[in-house]
Write a protein that binds this ligand. Structure first.
Ligand code: VGL
Ligand code: ZN
Length: 206
């Protein structure tokens, strides 16, 4: 059983959004094409309360990009983004959502961030995705979405640890690239952990 995980394809991560990922919108037609090649499609939403600890606005005298301590973990601060039930947290309008079986929410606890679609950043609380996938008999997961250097990377690394066969579809992802080579480094780190990296062509015309 093969599942496609669509990571955080939300308005705030598109160009012009609160935390716009360069070219983030360009993955949408690819992702829409890919969905029909999978037995199961699930999606995640970054889903923060307004008082979330990853927002620079909730720490006095800080700016996005700075690092603070959040509950004992280093936390990069971001612009306010993906606030629950706002336009910015909705799926991108061009995303085909018909085949999405279930949506998993992350970053809901103001005290901790959650880049991975499986666990919070301290690996304490699960989103339920692991149990869900394993319950459906999924052994292979393919990952697409935003952003390559954060939520895609941490989701792929967790999926490996959880025993899935993991593939990231690179042209169906884009990175934030706070530093220009962050996405390249993320790809190297994923490869070293055992993640397969492919282009969508391999599935669409394979
Ligand atoms: C993400 C930064 C902050 C992501 C989420 O989806 O990659 N990045 N929150
Ligand atoms: Zn976030």
């Amino acid at each position: 059983m093969k599942s496609l995980i669509l990571v955080d394809i939300q308005n705030d991560f598109l160009p012009g959004g609160a935390l716009g990922v360069p070219e983030g919108d360009q993955i949408i037609p690819v992702v829409n094409q890919l969905q029909r090649h999978f037995d199961l499609v699930v999606a995640t939403k970054d889903w923060h309360p307004a008082n979330h600890g990853s927002f620079a606005s909730n720490h006095t005298g800080t700016k996005p990009g700075e690092i603070v301590d959040l509950g004992g973990l280093d936390q990069i601060l971001w612009q306010d983004h993906c606030i629950q039930n706002t336009k910015g947290s909705e799926f991108a309008p061009a995303l085909d959502t018909q085949k999405i079986d279930r949506v998993f929410y992350k970053g809901t606890d103001y005290r901790i961030d959650s880049y991975s679609t499986f666990f919070d950043n301290a690996q304490r609380k699960s989103t339920g995705l692991e149990t869900y996938l394993k319950g459906k008999g999924v052994r292979e997961v393919y990952i697409a979405g935003l952003a390559t250097d954060y939520c895609v990377k941490y989701s792929a690394l967790d999926a490996i640890r959880l025993g899935f066969d993991v593939t990231v579809i690179l042209d169906a992802c884009r990175g934030v690239n706070l530093k220009p080579d962050d996405s390249e480094k993320a790809v190297e780190e994923m490869k070293r952990a055992g993640v397969s990296i492919i282009q969508s062509m391999a599935l669409l015309h394979g």
